[in-house]
Design a protein around this ligand. Structure first.
Ligand SMILES: [Zn+2]
Length: 477
């Protein structure tokens, strides 16, 4: 008897670098898994069929840097990120400074059917008791974070920097427990820029680290931005087997406009946004920058977060007593291009993945901008799939994702060849987005073995990750 399929994606341009596939194929799915990829599957052996001719069919985009919850997200705005990310074609996301309880709640309320893991954001006096946590404190914070369903922790050096010593303790405590640890660079000795990145090798020692959004340290604040890219590459290469990295392709960043009692911007990232265009790093400077339309404020419209500018932006920022999410176009396109396309001599990409740093931040352009690089001739289609799906799957140790081998998870992103935008995506063989409309809900919570109990009692479907399989911890023990 011929094998039967639940669904066949007919006639797309299938790109699966792990299996060397790059051409017209049919994809057969059964029980939520990839059952076969072949030249032609008979109509009679499938219960459902979708014609995807004229479309690119690749393993689902795995976003290694997104925002879907947060320890400082009182309004729950970040949960809107599920729909925003799924609309752009992402199927799996790592929530890079989250709060596991808030993530689970947000996924139930506004989930879009993606697979989602979260890292606990380390915010003094909110998620950790001390300003500069000791290794003893961090051991407890990490094990508690894992129990509560986070897969690790995120150091928010651009907002809540620790001393270099304390930062090193955080990394060591996470490494000991094989927990994920991501670092938005910057300590009390440096900042969220190339100087912050320069400290990272010494801070990491012989440990393992996810160095977040490399593009954020190549904005031309310390040196010329392309010289910064070159130095960033040298730094990453010096710890090539210890770091995993990503860069995003949006021009706009995300920051917070909070000012202290004296009217000075308190966060380094926001200060840098002002410096980049010669505005004072003060309340008055920020007001002018918003009025001039240089940056904008984030607000909810129709179930999505959008950026508004001018007087409306100032009003939102003031209503929140300056503690508002803002956005500035500070990422140079030349840095994005250089960081995304650079390879080592052995053919491996210097930066592992294309992320969004989006979700609830309206810049979920990883897929369409990567496809623009394909159109431009800077990446092949197979390289695009490598950066959007295959390498991210290895980064996270999600070995059943990122490829279309028989038995792999049925996570698929279907992209319009003309526009480069995702038209459909599937998770576990079920569509979660069709023609830009999200049809999925909830989601699968990705946790470590320590978080299984919490995930099990949440009522959400969950899967257990084994970070020992991740590129981050390859050869660690
Ligand atoms: Zn981020």
């Amino acid at each position: 008897m011929p094998q039967r399929f639940d669904l066949v994606l007919r006639g797309g341009h299938v790109v699966d670098p792990a299996n060397g596939t790059d051409g017209a194929r049919d994809v057969g799915l059964r029980h939520g898994k990839i059952a076969t990829v072949s030249e032609r599957i008979d109509d009679e052996v499938t219960d459902d069929l979708i014609d995807v001719s004229g479309r690119i069919v690749m393993p689902g985009h795995i976003d290694t840097h997104a925002h879907l919850s947060g320890p400082f997200d009182q309004s729950g705005m970040r949960a809107y990120g599920h729909v925003m990310l799924a609309e752009s074609g992402t199927t799996t996301a790592l929530d890079l400074a989250g709060e596991p309880g808030a993530l689970a709640e947000g996924m139930k309320r506004r989930g879009a059917g993606m697979n989602v893991a979260t890292l606990l954001g380390l915010v003094p006096h909110t998620t950790i008791k001390e300003d500069d946590p000791s290794i003893g404190t961090m051991r407890d914070v990490v094990s508690d974070a894992l129990l509560r369903g986070s897969i690790g922790v995120k150091l928010l050096g651009g907002y809540h920097p620790f001393t270099p010593e304390s930062t090193a303790q955080v990394i060591a405590a996470a490494n000991e427990q094989l927990a994920w640890v991501a670092f938005h660079v910057g300590t009390k000795d440096s900042g969220s820029d190339l100087n912050g990145l320069r400290e990272v090798p010494e801070i990491t020692g012989d440990g393992r680290l996810h160095v977040a959004h490399i593009n954020s340290y190549c904005r031309g604040l310390v040196e010329n931005n392309l010289a910064e890219c070159d130095e960033a590459f040298e730094i990453i290469e010096s710890k090539r087997s210890q770091f995993v990295t990503e860069a995003y392709l949006a021009q706009v960043n995300g920051t917070n406009g909070k000012c202290d009692e004296d009217g000075n911007l308190i966060y380094n990232v926001a200060q840098n946004c002002m410096r980049a265009r010669g505005y004072p790093t003060t309340n008055a400077g920020m007001r002018q920058a918003l009025l001039d339309g240089y940056g904008g404020a984030l607000t909810e419209r129709g179930g999505r977060i959008v950026i508004v500018t001018g007087e409306e932006a100032v009003r939102i920022w003031e209503e929140k007593s300056t503690d508002a999410s803002l956005s500035f176009p500070v990422n140079p396109a030349t840095s994005a291009f250089t960081l995304t396309t650079a390879k080592y001599d052995d053919g491996e990409f210097k930066i592992d993945a294309v992320s969004t740093d989006g979700g609830s931040l309206p810049r979920n352009v990883a897929i369409e901008r990567t496809m623009a690089l394909v159109k431009f001739g800077a990446l092949s289609l197979s390289e695009a799939a490598t950066k959007l799906a295959y390498t991210p799957s290895r980064m996270l140790g999600l070995l059943n994702k990122g490829h279309f081998s028989e038995g792999a998870d049925g996570d698929v992103t279907v992209i319009d060849e003309q526009t480069g935008r995702a038209k459909m995506s599937l998770v576990n063989g079920e569509p979660i987005m069709i023609n830009g409309r999200v049809v999925g809900s909830g989601g699968t919570w990705l946790v470590t073995a320590e978080g299984e109990k919490t995930a099990g009692s949440s009522g959400l479907p969950y899967e257990v990750m084994d970070l020992e399989q991740s590129k981050l911890y390859a050869g660690w023990r």
